[in-house]
Design a protein around this ligand. Sequence first.
Ligand code: ADP
Length: 432
Amino acid sequence: MAIDAPSSHFFSPWPDRLRHSAIILLAAGLALAVLVAFGQLALVHAAAVLACIAAAALVPWRLHNVAASPEDVRGVNPVESAAVSAVVAGMPDPAVLLDRAGRVIHLNAAAAQLAPALRKNELAQFALRSPEIITALREAIATTESRRATYLDHVPVDRWMELIIAPVPVPTLFGGTDKCMLMTFHDQTPLRRVEEMRADFVANASHELRTPLAALSGFIDTLQGPAKEDATARERFLGIMHTQAKRMARLIDDLLSLSRVELSAQVRPDTLVDIVPIIRQVADGLEPLARERQVTVDIDLPDAPVLIAGDREELLRLFENLIENALKYGASGGKVVVSLISAISGEGVPEVRVMVRDFGPGIAPEHLPRLTERFYRVDVGDSRAQGGTGLGLSLVKHILNRHRGRLLIESVPKNGATFTACFPQAKVLASE
Ligand code: ADP
């Protein structure tokens, strides 16, 4: 790869310095000429003095002129000063100071860790081989404007960094300024991930809504056309349309609940509620589903109130999702057990744990970490057939986060699953 020579200079200190040297030489030459003219000084002596003055005036310029070589930079250029080095070293993001040709003058520890190929006194172009970065560097060298590029790091995990190359004038020993470039890296990975998640979410939600919508409009066409006079078909199609409309309504309900919980995520509920009657109310409400699926629901709850700081409506949604899932997906086990215990978390915090256990087919271990992702389902067909939206466990997780609790999922394939909602015990209980 060819080394880029600077095609134009941001600041050009040489004419100034040359002019200074020329003025000194001219003044000294004139003074000596006058002395020689008046016979006060021999010509040979005057020439020797002029030579000394010329050397004194030109040597610093000469030194600075060749300062592009790293050794000379080290010797005379204040860019190398401890202060500049400390500033670059102290920057929180990876930062590299380059000279006008793109050669590394300083780099901080974060930059060395991010791009180990970057070395002092070597061209950054050699270390950062992406064509986009090389173009940005070339342009920053050639102009006075900042340039941006993307730096992708794949080890140990994928990271997106925005790289900004900003030309900076740096003062030199001789009162002028030299062009350097400050290259900083800014981690955009979290933003990128959020952006990807948002795009995925919109795509998934649209897809989930479009499916029942397509079914509805298909049946409407059929009812207006070929099945217009067919009373039996009309009854059957209206039944299906009703189910599809319910599915859309449920999806919209879940989306709205999720967005409401997310909006208030930072505000922890502060009302003390007894969760025992809330769980009983949910179990009673799901009685018809349990009967339909031929599942016995065992409720093992204390008689005394169990208080937590909570939002009643959200807790109803949470237990409804967990118990309904157990009835839907674990129906083959014939039994669901809902129990409540007090326990101490790994961090030593007293907790209230509500466990919903079923004895159905269970969940394969590879699915467990993803179950609370929006729209994630082990079997999409099965979930749809059960009227699922794929948002239930995501909602459960968000509600628990807002309550500063957590969700534990344990499952043994072919031997059911246990979903445990853990809540921090209310302070009043702990002190009683
Ligand atoms: P859905 O609306 O599909 O029920 P959820 O977020 O509530 O969405 O659950 C996600 C997926 O987790 C379900 O589609 C199902 O595959 C699986 N799942 C949830 N609960 C259980 C359970 N008790 N037993 C087996 N699989 C379950």
